[in-house]
Design a protein around this ligand. Sequence first.
Ligand code: PMP
Ligand code: GLN
Length: 379
Amino acid sequence: MHSKLPDVGTTIFSRMSALAAQHNALNLSQGFPDFDAPLALREALAEAVMEGHNQYAPMTGLPSLREQLALQLHLHRGVTADAETEITVLPGATEGIFCTIMACVGRGDEVIVLDPSYDSYAPSITMAGGHPVHVALSAESFAPDWDAIADAITARTRMIIINTPHNPTGTIWSDDDFRQLETLSQEHGLLVCSDEVYEHLVFDGDQHRSVLQYPGLRERAFALFSFGKTFSVTGWKTGYCVAPAGLSAELRKVHQFVAFVAVTPVQQAVARFLEAEPQYPAQLAADYQQRRDMFCSALAASRFRLTPSRGTYFQLLDYSEISDLPDLQLCEQWTEEVGIASIPISVFYRKPPAQQVLRFCFAKREEVLLEAAERLCKI
Ligand code: PMP
Ligand code: GLN
């Protein structure tokens, strides 16, 4: 059969998690916590199911949840969003990104993605008939290279996809980055798809900046969020999109025929939990910073080089003093022989640079992080 995605295989996350299971390795590859969500949230889900919240929700999401999300945006970001017309609950950020692209990108349109980029962006653009235009982030700092981005814009450029805090590098965007984007996107009439799923995981006293906080971006942006990250429930596959009413209407046209709705009892549970604990997301950063610090300190005696992650739950480790092997090969070898699974970062590039870096997820229990670090120190 003719393939619509001839260059695409099974995602690296599925492959590495399967390899980790096969070799009984510590799985620091795919990003998910190995500890459970808050008890009150799990109880709220059980109650929602037992109370009979088990049929289709409204297509745009339960009103009670959308109201809580509007309150959250105001509380944590100081932005206002209309619960009825600007917030859409979705079955995960991945579906939201796909529907955003499907709604906006047509045949021959170009979309700028910044490499290393999350694996779903480019195939989603291709499926919409568009062309991903890959622009590399700066080699050392992984900051956006604004000259290179400006050079990549053509008359066909329709959208730019951004992601901060950034998977896989753990960097975050500065105020200046947002101002540069604001100027460029206004000048060229670009739409912005802003992947902010790690919004609450920002460390060392830094603040997450959202596209929603910049007026020139707010009017042209889709901001995507995920409950999987914020509530440690990646398996619940629920998130939401905030966009101006006109853009949300276009997103909803697509979403209604891709998934139609997100899971009802999950929406009910999150709405109840947020009503009772509106400040819950604000304490996540301290918890994850502690895990990051534990992992990084325990690696002090190793031969890896690292710069502590500034956001997300991923830590990059440079292994150039240990091995010359390509990252994918090394990753597989260490899963089998050392019993630790990680993610090669070359897979997030169209043209991988010559760098020897692996990504490790530190959303893990203390004993797992310490055991992983001990094994890595022996390499
Ligand atoms: N964007 C990024 C950058 C991610 O790391 C992930 C991983 N979960 C997603 C989107 C997808 O989120 P969801 O599980 O809600 O689809
Ligand atoms: N976002 C997760 C990661 O980066 C994986 C999600 C997935 O497996 N698709 O590891």
